[in-house]
Write a protein that binds this ligand. Sequence first.
Ligand SMILES: [Fe+2]
Ligand SMILES: [Fe+2]
Length: 269
Amino acid sequence: MKVLFIGDIVGRNARNYVQKKIKELKKQLKLDAIIINVENAAGGFGVTPAICDDFFHAGADVLTTGNHVWDKREIISYISKNDRLLRPLNMIKGTPGLGVIILEVDAGKIGVANIMTNLFMPPTDPVFETIPEILNSLKLKVNVDFSIVDVHGEASSEKMALGVALDGYVSAVVGTHTHVPTADHQILENGTAFITDVGMSGDYNSIIGMNKKDALNRFKFPDNKKSRLEVSSGEPTLCGVIIESDTNGLSKSINPLRLGGKLEQTLLH
Ligand SMILES: [Fe+2]
Ligand SMILES: [Fe+2]
């Protein structure tokens, strides 16, 4: 199967750009499924029901999130009814929504899990304890043809360790949250595609998608809690990876996709 995973959508311009692009890419690249992390899609903080619906209408199959999932309160009732929007699996018991889903697409069954790491992140249950649940829920070539885990977290070492722990059991492990793409995309030893961070889809003429002046002031004057972060409104870059799996469900290739804005310009120079 051929699957596109797109990293954290930051704000309106990125939303509009990615929704337009995935309609074209689905046909052009003959994609079997599209998965998008939308935790910053609504003004940089959270996601709304209307935004989720727009992404589904544009062709997204599953949406993932992270620490910002509850920033817009209206998402709570939506996520309880719509299991194609995931929140991290290791949020405490009783949290609304699901952290794993199996979805039937034309080419077969895809399993998606969303987990959140522990280092430098808001408290959740220990992330490594999610592994048995993922392996029980998503069994390659038994109940899914393709499986992918969105590992949402800050520390690259912890994300790589999760990749290693899941190597050979899932088709792909992809990192999100830092908003900075890494260049370590690879097929791990036992056949799992991996990248430490896919990068955000947003304006890279910014500080991780937010207005440069506000974000800089936060670091220069950490006691000034008043400076509100606004989404940087320049031209967005879509950042994602395209993963192709083999007949055994493990991966043949993982390739980064960077379209539009600052990063595409840099690539073309
Ligand atoms: Fe994010
Ligand atoms: Fe995050």
